[in-house]
Design a protein around this ligand. Structure first.
Ligand code: ATP
Ligand code: MG
Length: 450
């Protein structure tokens, strides 16, 4: 029977029987169950692990379901037609069902056990060895396969190392994860400092989970973050971009941002924003906060969010400081505006990558802020049909909400969208003469002085 296979040789875990925990198959994605069953039907051990178990235990809907198994990536791929091996750092298998991806990883040994394992190659379930370190203790490759208790020890936080098996529907707890879950604590497995040095992204993960789950970061886990935050500079900008999105698009962006500032980690991820906020006015700070709240609200309503809007908002204070150097708003030339926009984005690109399609869109949102002020007939109709109009209009509303005085420009654009063509023409005519009148007024004093 497979049931013997799954739990065989597991000595270090506390086993929680089905009637002692609330995780039911109803909470688990049918595709994840399919993968678990197929692996175990073929004689492999397979467990749901990570957020899929943690979030169900917390009564939350998991974002995705991750599976850990003793099958190698190649063995997994053979069992599933829809499977693809991916990953440079870690070899993992993505099993795709429509839009859902079930991430399957082979039990991994902790890197420190490599020597021990190499001395004892006959140990159970060791099927490959491939581990490398940088001089600073960072793991570069980590494909040393191990057994389940080793796999548990190389995970990040205790609450992320809970395993659920369809064999008796039990939960396996190797490092008191359940106790920490009940106490709502994030505790790093092993020595926190060493684990952050191995992979500095774990600092970002601590912050992300603390904000998302409303957990406290346990004292020893929290202590080294401030000092080790600069290690984030050694992470590739592409990975940092992915992590930034996970931090800000998890429905708790505002809380996450607060923690990023508190632990000084933000300084290495959103350097220009954090620096600008120190020097910027209240309105800029408020705009960033509102953009984060807005992101959270949209996600709560099941709406999409775009990194372009988010970065346009996060870098707005940076742009404003640069523009101030050129003088007041009316004096700034289009070239200067473009230059300042370019520079703001370039500064962020020193921290995180941002795919070009997003930076282009962020700049369009900024460019349109200027165009939204020009309410002549040609410009208004062309703007209403502009593919980025909606985002730019939302951004305008955000600026006003943050306290910028734009003379009810937002309300005007709100009204014009709801009006028919006749009304729209009337609205434009009503604002157009203002410019003409102003021109005429300017002439008078100059005429007098002649
Ligand atoms: P969520 O999917 O809700 O963001 P998660 O805990 O499932 O949270 P994933 O990024 O999906 O996080 O990773 C799945 C599991 O893999 C984690 O729970 C953790 O056990 C392990 N893991 C992921 N990244 C790391 C890391 N950098 N170091 C150690 N373990 C990690
Ligand atoms: Mg997950």
């Amino acid at each position: 029977m497979n049931s013997v296979t799954a739990l065989e040789g597991i000595e270090k875990a506390r086993i929680i029987e089905r009637d002692q925990h609330p995780v039911s198959r109803k909470n688990i994605s049918p595709n994840a169950l399919k993968v678990l069953y197929r692996l175990s039907d073929n004689g492999f051990a397979a467990f749901l692990v990570g957020g899929g178990v943690r979030d169900v235990l917390l009564g939350k809907q998991p974002k995705d379901f991750d599976i850990a198994t003793d099958a190698t990536p190649e063995q997994v791929r053979e069992l599933f037609r829809n499977a693809r091996i991916i990953g440079r750092r870690f070899k993992i298998v993505h099993i795709r069902y429509g839009r859902e991806i079930i991430e399957t990883t082979t039990f991994r040994a902790h890197h420190e056990q490599v020597n021990e394992i190499q001395d004892n190659v006959s140990r159970r379930q060791i099927t490959a060895m491939d581990s490398a370190h940088s001089t600073g203790g960072m793991i570069l490759r980590d494909n040393v396969y191990g057994n389940i208790d080793e796999d548990a020890m190389r995970r990040d936080f205790t609450v992320n190392a809970l395993y659920y098996t369809t064999d008796g529907f039990r939960i396996l707890d190797f490092c008191n994860g359940l106790q920490d879950l009940e106490a709502r604590k994030l505790r790093m497995i092993g020595d926190p400092e060493a684990r952050y040095r191995e992979d500095p992204v774990r600092m970002l993960r601590a912050i992300r989970f603390a904000a998302k789950l409303e957990f406290t970061i346990e004292e020893k886990t929290e202590a080294p973050i401030d000092e080790l935050a600069p290690l984030l500079s050694s992470i590739s900008p592409a990975r940092l971009f992915d992590e930034t999105l996970k931090l800000l698009c998890n429905g708790h962006a505002r809380a996450t941002f607060t923690l990023l500032c508190k632990y000084r980690v933000g300084e290495f991820l959103l350097t220009p924003t954090i620096e600008a906020l120190d020097a910027a006015d209240e309105i800029s700070l408020r705009l960033v906060e509102l953009a984060l709240d807005n992101t959270d609200d949209r996600l709560a309503q099941g709406k999409s969010v775009t990194p372009a809007f988010l970065f346009a908002a996060l870098l707005w204070p940076v742009l404003q400081l640069k523009l101030q150097r050129f003088g007041n708003a009316e004096q700034i030339s289009p070239q200067q505006y473009h230059q300042a926009a370019n520079d703001s984005i370039m500064e962020q690109l020193q921290c995180t990558a941002i795919p070009k399609r997003f930076t282009i869109a962020s700049r369009e949102i900024w460019d349109l802020q200027r165009r939204l002020q020009r309410r002549n007939k040609r410009n208004v109709f062309s703007l209403l049909n502009h593919p980025r109009f909606r985002a730019a209009y939302d951004f305008l509303l955000l600026r006003e909400e943050a306290g910028e005085d734009l003379q009810d420009l937002g309300a005007w654009w709100t009204d014009i969208q709801k009006s028919d063509t006749n009304q729209q023409n009337a609205m434009i005519a009503a604002v157009e003469p203002t410019t003409k009148r102003r021109r005429r007024r300017r002439k008078k004093p100059s005429g007098k002085s002649e």
